[in-house]
Design a protein around this ligand. Structure first.
Ligand SMILES: [Zn+2]
Length: 257
């Protein structure tokens, strides 16, 4: 693993830990919105019907706007940092000047629409339970506090967007630097997919990778084996492949003249 890859992997881990650390704050923010909606509902209705309350809220309750903004900013900040590292590596190692224009487009395409996360289903489930057990709002509220309220989806979407952007930025910088070959890189684990096992440690061109299918509808160039895949592409600077899909061979690096 090269020095830059090590830094990027550490940054990705720290980013995931930061997201995880924000869980409590997130759940509080959502509960505050539920409290607000419940007060409004209770003011208007003398008889409290949790199911009706939940159904009314379903249409409106989303990841709180302040949290959406915060997450989007953190995500973009991390993506920019990752790109800065790859740009620095390819500029240094290949002596080329890399343009930021393509990266600006990549940043736009790996943004997440957090508003699509469904919190309503969980609320509806708990409201139904509250109706069946005949409990009060405080019990419903306590039950909701124990639920994820969409946080698991936030984590999955964020970490996936970082991983995909990482590969996309690596490849974009490599393309601009004139790199031809990529190593299907990373460690093999007991739960490594068959698709990844087949390709790990082998050398491919961008076109070959772009034509592959991991069977999950995600591009191999950015997601390799698919959801939660920990593998990544490593651009091979000055490498000359002898045959299609060969196992990486350090002797195939072109010697400096
Ligand atoms: Zn994999």
């Amino acid at each position: 693993m090269n020095r830059y890859r090590k830094i990027v992997e550490t940054m990705k881990k720290e980013f995931a830990a930061d997201i995880e650390a924000g869980k409590e704050q997130y759940v509080h923010a959502v509960i505050r919105e539920i409290d607000y909606e419940f007060r409004k509902y209770a003011e208007k209705n003398r008889v409290i019907d949790f199911k009706k309350f939940a159904d009314n809220m379903l249409r409106r309750l989303r990841v709180p706007a302040t949290i959406q903004t915060q997450l989007s900013n953190d995500l973009e900040d991390m993506q920019r940092k990752i790109n800065t590292l790859w740009k620095e590596m390819f500029e240094t190692e290949t002596n080329t000047k890399i343009s930021d224009r393509a990266i600006t487009n990549l940043l736009a395409s790996y943004q997440i629409d957090f508003s699509s996360i469904d919190i309503g289903t969980t609320i509806q489930e708990e409201a139904k339970r509250a109706v069946n057990t005949g409990t009060g709002y405080n019990t419903l509220r306590a039950a909701l506090q124990k639920r994820n309220l969409g946080f698991g989806e936030i984590e999955t979407l964020s970490n996936t967007a970082i991983a995909m952007f990482d590969n996309a930025a690596h490849v974009e910088n490599a393309k601009q630097a004139g790199v031809m070959y990529y190593l299907y890189d990373g460690a093999e684990h007991p739960n490594t997919r068959v698709f990844c096992k087949e390709h790990l440690d082998r050398v491919y061109t961008y076109t070959e990778l772009a034509a592959m299918s991991n069977g999950q509808g995600l591009a191999v160039v950015t997601s390799l084996g698919g959801y939660n895949c920990t593998h990544y592409l490593t651009a091979l600077i000055n490498y000359v492949r002898k045959e299609y899909g060969e196992i990486f061979n350090a002797n195939h690096f072109r010697r400096a003249a």
